[in-house]
Design a protein around this ligand. Structure first.
Ligand SMILES: [Zn+2]
Length: 424
């Protein structure tokens, strides 16, 4: 068989996590599909071959500028997928973070001047497209540094048509002009903007009759999300907004049951959302319904930590129930200035009671499912996008164990090296 010339190859990995269990592994002894002394070859931004180093070498040929990365003694795995972020914003809220931990309740902070989501809305509205784009690029470069190659980006700091368009255009621009894979979500129903104070229904009308149809018509969003919570949007309002989204071709997502059991999980099942996110207080019934409807559970433990709460979502139970459980950073200026999926994995193991295998799926393939990209990213398979991380650790169990340490040495997205490389 003639050999194929490839663009890039990673060789000699101590553990190569494919996230594809082998068919012969009937006992489930290798759920992460680990190949020892593994290699992955890349051509035209896609994975051309995966396997033992010798088997991959037998299939490929080199040209003068084929990049060779030696992963001897290291772990190689799919690029992280972050399925829940609010990265397009201006202004940080460190003072509020400190206040909160001096005992001021979060919902009270939200209502105060110069704190809470509203303050981010004010700053973000004032920022011009170019400025906001540059800020967002910085946020994303932090995420790349931690091995994220695919992410979802929500709007929700504009809260009027013009400003939501600005934010989603930035998200789309980054998807088109960077080697990352980006999906976008309209979150016009984040909270009620200040100019609609005490006029909730008027704002819901604006979202339904103006914002959703125009955003959808202009192809600016893939998903439509609502924060269903006391102080944000009621279940009835959320349902209305999500249904109008569906009519306009936007797939529903729900910020569900974060602070209380507001029926968000059930609602997500009812509208057949692709994911329900947070779920700290989701009822067992709600979770059952989500499972039946095939809704992915997206858990965001850093937010719970940042809020100083003791109660975390019960990820372990959700896994046991058979739900598809994904993990995200929830990167946002209020409750999670955290770009790191490895840190999220640490939290998942320590506080969400998830086993290491589920946590790693949560940060890769299951996260891809939460944004409809499971056929393109999230595992190392021939034909998928070449999104690959080389980790400077000797086995995958060190991923949650090395809390807050950045061992992500090389990051490759769509075949392009974004961090590290042959001489890392
Ligand atoms: Zn969120």
């Amino acid at each position: 068989m003639p050999k194929t010339i490839v663009d890039l190859v990673i060789l000699n990995a101590k553990q190569l996590l494919t996230m594809v269990p082998s068919e012969s592994d009937e006992e489930g002894e290798n759920p992460l599909g680990i190949i020892e002394d593994g290699a992955v070859a890349v051509k035209d931004g896609k994975i051309f071959a995966v396997g033992k180093t010798n088997d991959v070498l037998a299939q490929i040929d080199f040209k003068k500028d084929t990049v060779q990365i030696d992963a001897d003694g290291k772990v190689v795995m799919p690029g992280f997928v972050d399925p829940h972020t609010h990265v397009v914003f201006k202004g940080t809220r460190e003072r509020e973070f400190i206040l909160r931990h001096q005992g001021v309740p979060y919902m009270k902070i939200l209502k105060e001047e110069n704190t809470g989501i509203i303050s981010t809305v004010r700053w973000t509205r004032k920022a011009k497209f170019e400025e906001l784009l540059e800020i967002t690029k910085k946020h994303i470069s932090e995420m790349i540094d931690w091995g994220t190659t695919t992410l979802e980006i929500k709007s929700g700091y504009g809260l009027n048509l013009e400003e939501e368009i600005k934010i989603l255009r930035i998200a789309r621009y980054l998807g088109e002009h960077s080697p990352l894979n980006i999906k976008t979500t309209l979150l016009a129903a984040h909270i009620i903007p200040p100019e609609y104070h005490m006029r909730d229904e008027k704002y819901v009308d604006l979202v339904i009759s103006d914002i959703i149809p125009i955003i959808a018509k202009n192809g600016l969003a893939d998903f439509n999300d609502v924060w269903c919570e006391k102080g944000a949007f009621t279940r009835e309002q959320a349902k209305k907004i999500l249904r109008v989204g569906i009519k306009n071709g936007l797939i529903p997502k729900v910020h569900a049951d974060e602070m209380s059991d507001a029926g968000g999980a059930k609602l997500a099942a009812e509208v057949k959302a692709i994911s329900a996110d947070h779920l700290t207080y989701a009822s067992e019934e709600g979770l059952e319904k989500m499972k039946e409807a095939g809704v992915v559970a997206v858990l965001l433990p850093v937010t719970t930590f940042s809020l100083g709460k003791d109660k975390f979502a019960d990820g372990g139970k959700m896994v046991e129930m058979g739900l598809t459980v994904a993990l995200g950073t929830d990167y946002n200026p209020g409750t999670s200035m955290c770009p790191s999926m490895p840190l999220v994995i640490s939290f998942a193991v320590v506080r969400l009671k998830m086993d290491i295998v589920s946590a790693l799926y949560g940060a890769t393939l299951n996260a891809a499912k939460a944004i409809g990209l499971e056929n393109e990213v999230g595992s190392l398979e021939v034909g998928k996008r070449a999104n690959v991380n080389v980790l400077n650790i000797k086995n995958y169990e060190e991923i949650p164990y090395r809390i807050g340490e950045n061992y992500v040495e090389t990051v490759i997205s769509n075949g392009e090296i974004l961090k590290g490389g042959p001489n890392a």
